[in-house]
Design a protein around this ligand. Structure first.
Ligand SMILES: *Cc1c(COP(=O)(O)O)cnc(C)c1O
Length: 372
């Protein structure tokens, strides 16, 4: 069987173990696994299946389209989505038993207008992230409108939730402030005559570090994929990176000292050396900012990116080690065999590991290992 030129190997057993470990962090809460953005680049449908198999009661998607794609792939379990511009297909979502989120009275009205059935709606309060959700008087209006619609039998409010701004910095004062606003917002919903249903506030970072914010459910994304929300933190929970990204060298050649490498000749060989050509570039999601900075592993040893990352390829400096065309270059993996991690790539390219894995695409072929 021909092996793919660029392969992202996804370890479903590591994913399942991460989810089990995260569930143990929040033993009295349900687990919602976030599979938005193609499961952070890992492939939405297989990761959704694996999450259910690992006991994740809920799945979460950003958009209605993502949620409907999960239903089309056969997923039937509790599923929440939360980000919708005007014109979103709420009718199909409701029909498919997807729980949708209302972040404003206007959005609640859109959901109610979408169909005759009694939709399950969760209400999103903005507790200080200043992103999606209703805050202040808008929250008061939203709970009043939702209570009226529920009273009229037009909607079933199933949850109240919010999202942290700084959970990856556990000592940041915004965390306590947001949690207090959240508790007050739930109280306000109750005072307006609503059963708040499930209450949830925590992302991965808060699941790992802030038990007071676990409430009825925790929404885990990045940690499920084995990446720490903040690479500077050590968490008591053991997480294993799920994705290994590798490519087979398209060419290996010897060059002489003084040769300039890749566009702009931003890197010059200081001595005679061997170069390997990795057939991946920014068309596949490799950041140009990793140029001359990130490392790969070839033949058990690290090799640095030499010169600029191009659209389809980049060059690594192999020094004097023996190497041949077709050798495997591991860009990142769990790090257990000395290979770099996605966190290392993030540090080398000036971004966060969330972006390193999520932006992968182009010609990358995903293969899955483990699972049941
Ligand atoms: C993406 C997202 C999450 C997951 O965040 P992580 O930091 O990846 O755990 C949780 N909740 C919402 C609303 C999100 O958009």
């Amino acid at each position: 069987m021909p092996s793919p030129q660029i392969e992202a190997v996804i370890d479903l057993d590591a994913f399942g173990a991460n989810l089990t470990a995260l569930a143990e962090c929040a033993p009295s809460s349900m687990l919602l696994t976030v599979v938005k953005a193609d499961a952070y680049g890992h492939g939405m449908v297989p990761m959704a299946r694996a999450a259910r198999a690992a006991g994740s009661a809920w799945l979460g998607a950003a958009t209605v389209e993502e949620a409907l794609a999960l239903r089309a792939a056969g997923d039937r379990g509790p599923l929440l989505c939360w980000l919708a511009s005007p014109g979103a297909d709420f009718a199909s979502a409701i029909e498919a038993d997807v729980e949708v989120t209302a972040s404003s009275v206007e959005q609640l009205d859109e959901i109610l207008a979408a169909g005759p059935s009694r939709p399950k709606v969760q209400l999103k309060v903005d507790t200080g992230l200043s992103r999606n959700g209703a805050h202040g008087v808008h929250w008061t209006e939203l709970v009043a409108a939702a209570a009226a619609a529920q009273h009229a039998g037009r909607v079933e409010v199933t949850g109240v939730w919010s999202h942290f701004a700084c959970a990856d910095e556990p000592a940041h004062p915004a965390n306590d402030a947001q949690e207090a606003v959240f508790v007050a917002a739930v109280d306000e919903a109750v005072a307006a005559g609503l059963e708040p249903g499930i209450r949830h506030l925590s992302n991965s970072a808060a699941t790992l570090s802030r038990p007071s914010a676990h409430f009825d459910l925790v929404r885990v994304g990045i940690a499920a994929y084995g990446i720490r929300p903040d690479p500077g933190m050590t968490y008591p929970t053991r997480l294993t990176p799920v994705m290994t990204l590798r490519a087979r060298l398209a060419q290996v050649k010897r060059i002489s000292a003084g040769a300039g490498v890749s566009y702009g000749h931003t890197w010059t060989a200081e001595r005679d050396t061997t170069l390997g050509l990795v057939p991946m570039g920014y068309g596949d999601g490799i950041a140009v900012s990793a140029s001359s900075r990130a490392q790969v592993q070839v033949g058990g040893e690290r090799a640095s990116v030499a010169g600029r990352v191009c659209m389809d390829q980049f060059v690594v400096d192999l020094g004097d080690r023996p190497a041949e065309r077709g050798d495997v270059a591991t860009l990142f993996g769990p790090g257990h065999d000395g290979e770099p991690t996605a966190e290392d790539w993030a540090a080398a390219s000036g971004t966060i590991a969330y972006e390193v894995v999520t932006r992968l695409g182009g010609r990358t072929v995903r293969t899955y290992r483990g699972g049941t």
